[in-house]
Write a protein that binds this ligand. Structure first.
Ligand code: ADP
Ligand code: ASP
Ligand code: MG
Length: 592
């Protein structure tokens, strides 16, 4: 007899008929002899409706009261589902997050789970009942010692389910939803999206955080960290769905469930070179032409960034193996003057660089990790030539001379054992496809800080100011061009962040920017971010070029580019988002 956690999302309990169908499915599992804990979301669009109600009373509803309101949605579903089960003759008991003992931090609206008390659930299971738990909610002790209701963030019922499964040592967690499983992209935008039978947790973490709403990224993070078998499948059919794989052994979650050590490895790759281009014309097709010329010359580039710049030109930079540097410089220089800009672009090449990366699940969700990394390096006077962030990695390109010192500082700072330090890139499996899925995120805004002094630690200070306010940056790109300010040479730092955090970011940065004459935060226009994800990317040359070509052929201009090892993200105008997603999906032949 196994213990299973089954989670049913809002779409699976959207009306009473669906709720009864869920009860019937749970009954079957129970009758097959398994113990079952069910986690449910609020019915249908209840959470959206409650949010609308709150916003019609207050433009910025107080977070505590909003949590109180939103948590009520799940309380309705657990009571009704428990009744429906009892109607079918199945013993069942409903429990709120507080009754179970899902203890979270006190951050309303985005609380992380600290630990889950399992006695009450285990007691009810031992009595033969199905336990029906309210997803998305927990309980926290406030600063003055009172118990408060918290919520985990939109889509957070997935996280409740996976966390409960990890705390109970369940055999697996099954997420039931309105699609057959994880697909190559969102079927609402691309009807030909295909089901993936398996996907690694690392790939899924990227996809989920880049807009694939089918799973809450933090649920994937927990499954990965505790080696918990996780399945996504349809509540409308018996199709087996998608299995998420992680190479960790399963272990039971205890205290600091979601707050365990966020960094589990440090990687150093030496002998890197960097080619930086400035004044590259800002029109569709330029990134594709450059990338294609490099891959035709047999040169594999690693990280690529393109930052947004004023005027009609961009900066672009990419890293590659040191031995390819001169050839790459010659290839791109030969294109200067042929790409149609008002002036030839400027090419600079840098050798003797190293790429240093911190690895761990959910790094973007914990902005303090990147901020501490940049600050540690900045305090030691180590300049960052390039930054690349992803859900599972934050990388900095630094001078090779600084690599040994940087490695020691980060190893100590993040308390890593020698076995967690890798002195070369972890090889990828050749058999893994370069692109497994593509995602679109229209919830991000683009912003840049102009005039960040060009000294070590300045970029770190920007990230720190934002991370202190719990604002996560993504797609961080530093400009190659410098501008003159009263403090000397300064660069621009462009990034994307959740749109609802833009105003808070402005306030958080104000005191810092006041200290830098000429520095200011410039919010960008409405954007969409399209991303391609695949674990096979590092060993498949030309993947980025293919993505840029797909966008160019669809006439879509790329405003920003940021890559990490297993993903490529492009920022485009918001109106181009869906067309961009379709074009990329098609170009990687993901439609069956
Ligand atoms: P639930 O109510 O079950 O939590 P969600 O709406 O949160 O369901 O998530 C399911 C939806 O996620 C699907 O209907 C689909 O439109 C969307 N989606 C986005 N990207 C993907 C993807 N890669 N695979 C499957 N579904 C996706
Ligand atoms: N009901 C919550 C929401 O709509 C949580 C969830 O469905 O996962 O965001
Ligand atoms: Mg969901």
């Amino acid at each position: 007899m196994a213990l299973l956690v089954q989670k049913f999302g809002g779409s699976s309990v959207g009306c009473l008929e669906r709720l009864k169908a869920v009860a019937e499915r749970v009954r079957k599992t129970r009758h097959a002899g398994d113990d079952v804990v069910v986690v449910v979301s609020a019915m249908g669009k209840t959470t959206d409706e409650l949010t609308r109600l709150a916003c019609s009373i207050s433009r910025h509803p107080p977070r505590r009261e909003l949590d109180m309101l939103l948590a009520s949605g799940e309380q309705v579903s657990i009571a009704l589902l428990s009744m429906a089960l009892q109607e079918l003759g199945v013993a069942a008991v409903s429990m709120t997050g507080q009754q179970v003992g899902i203890v979270t931090e006190a951050a309303h609206g985005r609380a992380r789970i600290l630990n889950i008390r399992t006695e009450r659930v285990r007691g009810a299971l031992a009595e033969g009942a199905v336990v029906v738990v309210a997803g998305f909610q927990g309980t926290a002790t406030s600063a003055n010692g009172n118990l408060e209701i918290t919520t985990l963030g939109r889509g957070g019922s997935d996280t409740s389910a996976v966390a409960l499964a990890a705390a109970l040592g369940a055999e697996r967690c099954e997420i039931y939803t309105d699609v057959e499983g994880v697909l190559t992209t969102d079927p609402r935008i691309v009807p030909g999206a295909q089901l993936l039978e398996h996907i690694s947790c690392d790939e899924m973490l990227e996809l989920a955080s880049l807009g694939a709403a089918v799973l809450h990224p933090r649920a994937v993070e927990i499954a990965r960290n505790y080696g918990l078998p996780l399945v996504v499948r349809s509540s409308w059919s018996d199709h087996p769905g998608t299995c998420l794989t992680s190479n960790r052994r399963q272990r039971v979650a205890g205290v600091a469930l979601e707050l365990g050590k966020p960094v589990d490895a440090l990687e150093l790759v030496r002998h890197q070179g960097l080619v930086a281009l400035s004044h590259v014309p800002d029109r569709p097709g330029v990134a594709a032409q450059l990338s294609e010329a490099l891959s035709e010359a047999g040169i594999n580039v690693d990280l690529i960034v393109q930052s947004l710049h004023e005027g009609a030109s961009n900066d672009m930079a990419f890293t590659l193996e040191r031995q390819d540097l001169e050839r790459a410089q010659a290839v791109v220089s030969s294109l200067s003057g042929h790409l149609g800009g008002p002036q030839p672009f400027v090419v600079a090449a840098y050798s003797e660089l190293a790429k240093l990366s911190l690895v761990g699940a959910g790094i973007t969700g914990r902005p303090d990790v990147a901020a501490s990394m940049f600050a540690t390096l900045g305090q030691a006077g180590i300049s960052l030539r390039m930054i690349a962030t992803s859900e599972v990695k934050v990388s900095c390109v630094i001078e090779d001379n600084d690599a040994a010192q940087a490695l020691d500082l980060l190893r100590e700072g993040f308390e890593l054992a020698p076995s967690q330090v890798h002195l070369e890139a972890i090889p990828c499996e050749d058999s893994t496809p370069a692109v497994r899925g593509v995602a679109l995120d229209c919830g991000q805004a683009q912003a840049s800080v102009h005039g960040v002094p060009d000294w070590p630690g300045a970029a770190a200070a920007v990230c720190r100011a934002l991370s202190d306010d719990n604002i996560s940056l993504d797609t961080i790109v530093q400009s190659e061009r410098t501008r003159q300010t009263p403090l000397g040479a300064a660069r621009d730092l462009a990034f994307t962040l959740p749109r609802q955090d833009l105003e808070q970011a402005r306030q958080a940065l104000a005191p810092l920017l006041q200290q830098w004459p000429g520095a200011e935060l410039i919010p960008g226009g409405p954007i969409a971010r399209v991303s391609a994800v695949g674990a096979g990317m590092p060993c498949t040359a030309g993947t980025a070029g293919r993505m840029f070509r797909a966008l160019a052929d669809a006439g879509i201009n790329i405003a920003m580019i940021a890559t990490s090892e297993i993903r490529i993200s492009c920022v485009v105008a918001q109106d181009d988002g869906e067309a961009a997603l379709r074009a990329i999906h098609r170009s990687f032949c993901l439609t069956g």
